[in-house]
Structures are given as structure tokens and as C-alpha cells.
Design a protein around this ligand. Structure first.
Ligand code: TXA
Ligand code: MG
Length: 341
């Protein structure tokens, strides 16, 4: 199958492809999603095949308005409306009890709950409206790889496996949505993102703030238990505020291991005299810029030839958006810090 790149003027074609059961990747404000008609079990099955995704890992359903949830959600908790008003369209996914049988079981991975979000990207909102059906949208990467933040990333992973990629440029947030479970008496964040606990707490009565727990210990979002965001090259984190970057680069270089550095401009400048490849994460130490660039940087350094042996990545304090940044980085590094133990 030839994968075509589509633009805004091709929206009708993209919608047609989706309605005929084909897969079309779409941009959102977070990362690119792999779109398929959520009401078509065959199409949804193809999403798992194209990504190589374990079948027990449920998908997020993307809609263009809150009203579209009613056939699928038993009882919309009052908080859901408040949260939707505050954050939709936007990087928040909410999980509800599903009306049994209302969506193919491939969407929910057999769970009794379903995840929804309204993405904040005009192109994709128009696509959903034109298709007239809700769209599943897992991140449009090969399972286990860093999520795609550009159409080129999607093409790299999925060319030949999907019908089309709708090109909406680079994504603004760069890491995936916050996943909030509203199907339980005490709503809880299952995956940290740009919308943080402090944003949610004032709006949800029984919200259980668990942000200090390692997210790995919260197996309720099945996706969180799998290996994730991993380039082929080994990733090693430098601790927050590390002052031993040149020591780290020298350590690997001395062992004949080619080094890549993913860090702020100041750190890269400091390492100029040493032999290493680099990708600028942020001009100053701005965690939102770093989050936007994290996956793009990992992908860039992973493709350098001859292959690097290690990628050293800057850490940020695990507060606010930094919690989501560190959650993704720790997974891609399999929790490995310099100096390695
Ligand atoms: O920002 C995002 O959320 C992107 C864009 C494309 O919308 N999508 C995304 O999808 O990150 P995905 O499939 O890569 O991650 C969805 C996460 C997984 O960890 C999955 O296990 C969890 O949400 N999830 C989905 N449905 C769930 C459910 N019913 N209960 C618990 N966790 C669920
Ligand atoms: Mg994903």
C-alpha cells in the first residue's frame, strides 16, 4: 500500500478513506494519532496491526463535541462537563463507563470503560466532522517507539501500512494527553500530561492526587505497563541540574561509544570542544519547549549514521509539566541515570 501525505484541501478524501475502513494519521496538539472509524471493528483491528500494538491496550476515541459522547457513555459525571468546558478541545482524556456493546470491543481492549478526548487541532476537528464518526487515535508510532510529533515521523514508522497522513505541521505540546479516570469514585490521573493535578483538583470533588507515586505503579491504563518511547540507541538521563556533562561525554567517548546529547543550548555550547552529536531541546531551561522537542530529538539522534551508542538527555524537576516530561523520559531511558549503576 502506498501511504500518501494529505493537506487541508484533501480533507474530503481523508474522510472518505476513513469511512471505507482505511487508516489515516491525523495531527493533534499533543502528538499525531493513527485514525480509524471507531465504529468499524475491522478498521480498529488494523490499527493494532499497523502499530504492532498489544491487543489489551485500549484506544482513545476522538470526537469534535461533548454531545457525541451520549450514545457511548452511561452517565456523564457532572465533573465531566466542567472539565470539558475548562479543557476541551485540549490535552485531557477522560475515562468513563461505557454503554455495553456501543463500540467494538477492539476499542476498549475488552474493558468496561472507554476513553474520550476532543483534540485541539482545527484540521482534525474538521476531519472528525466530515467523517461524521468518532475516530480512534493512538499515537501514530510503531508500538514502543517515541510518539510522532510531525507527519515525517509518522511516515517513517508507518509508510506502506496506512493509507494516508494528514500533515498539520509539528505538534505544539509534544507529549500525549493527560489521562484522567472518571469511572471510579475517586478520580485519578493514570498518565500525566500538560493538564496537571493542580488544574483538575479544584474541579473534581473526590479527586485523588497521586502525582508523587511512580506512574509505573498504576497499571490501570494498560498502556503504561509496556515498554515505551524507546529509540534503538540506549538512552541515559543526566540528573536535574547536572554539572558533569563533559565528564559523562568523556566517559562514553573514552570507551569508544559515540555520544549524542539532547539538552539546552547552554549545555550543548559547553560541550562544543568534545566529540558528540547534539539536538537542542530548549534555548533556556523551558520545560514546555523541552516537552515539545523531546520525541523529535530522540528520533533525530536515533537516526544518525554511523549509529550512536548512547543518547544523554537533560532532566527537569518533576513538577507541573515536568512530571509528564520525566515520565516519558524515564520510560525511554528505562530509568537509567548517569553514572550508570
Ligand atoms: O495525546 C494523546 O492522548 C494521543 C493523541 C493522538 O490523542 N493519543 C495517545 O493514545 O496517546 P495512546 O493509545 O498512545 O495512549 C492511550 C493511553 C494508553 O496508555 C491506554 O492504555 C490508555 O490511554 N487508555 C485508553 N483507554 C483506556 C481505558 N478505558 N482505561 C484505562 N486506560 C485507557
Ligand atoms: Mg502511544
Amino acid at each position: 500500500m502506498e501511504t500518501v501525505i494529505l493537506n487541508e484541501q484533501d480533507l474530503p478524501r481523508a474522510a472518505e478513506l476513513l469511512l471505507s475502513g482505511e487508516l489515516v494519521a491525523f495531527p493533534t496538539e499533543t502528538v499525531y494519532g493513527l485514525g480509524a472509524d471507531a465504529t468499524n471493528p475491522k478498521a480498529v483491528k488494523r490499527v493494532y496491526e499497523a502499530k504492532g500494538r498489544p491487543s489489551d491496550n485500549p484506544l482513545i476515541v476522538h470526537v469534535a463535541s461533548l454531545e457525541e459522547l451520549s450514545p457511548f457513555v452511561k452517565e456523564l459525571p457532572p465533573e465531566a462537563k466542567t472539565l470539558a468546558e475548562a479543557f476541551w478541545p485540549g490535552p485531557l482524556t477522560m475515562i468513563f463507563e461505557i454503554v455495553p456493546g456501543s463500540l467494538p470491543m477492539e476499542v476498549t481492549g475488552g474493558l468496561s470503560t472507554v476513553a474520550f478526548r476532543i483534540p485541539d487541532h482545527d484540521l482534525t476537528l474538521n476531519l472528525i466532522k466530515q467523517a461524521g464518526v468518532p475516530l480512534v487515535g493512538p499515537s501514530a508510532n510503531t508500538s514502543g517507539k517515541p510518539s510522532p510529533t510531525s507527519a515525517a515521523h509518522v511516515y517513517h514508522d508507518l509508510q506502506g501500512k496506512i493509507a494516508a497522513v494528514l500533515d498539520g505541521g509539528s505538534t505544539r505540546v509534544g507529549i500525549e494527553s493527560t489521562v484522567l479516570d472518571l469511572s471510579v469514585p475517586h478520580p485519578v490521573i493514570l498518565r500525566p500530561g500538560k493538564i496537571v493535578a493542580a488544574d483538575i483538583k479544584p474541579l473534581v470533588v473526590n479527586f485523588e492526587e497521586k502525582e508523587n507515586l511512580p506512574v509505573e505503579n498504576q497499571p490501570k491504563a494498560p498502556g503504561m505497563k509496556y515498554q515505551h518511547y524507546s529509540p534503538e540507541v540506549k538512552v541515559v538521563m543526566m540528573p536535574v541540574g547536572a554539572t558533569n556533562w563533559s565528564e559523562a561525554v568523556a566517559f562514553y567517548s573514552d570507551a569508544q561509544i559515540p555520544v549524542g546529547v539532547l539538552a539546552s543550548q547552554a549545555i550543548i555550547t559547553e560541550l562544543e570542544s568534545l566529540v558528540c552529536e547534539s539536538y537542542q531541546l530548549t534555548v533556556h531551561d523551558d520545560v514546555s519547549e523541552a516537552s515539545q522537542q523531546l520525541f523529535a530529538g530522540l528520533r533525530y539522534l536515533d537516526q544518525i549514521r554511523p549509529k550512536l551508542g548512547v543518547i544523554l538527555v537533560q532532566s527537569f524537576p518533576g513538577e507541573g509539566l515536568g512530571l509528564a516530561y520525566m515520565n516519558r523520559l524515564q520510560k525511554s531511558a528505562d530509568n537509567c541515570y548517569f553514572p550508570e549503576q
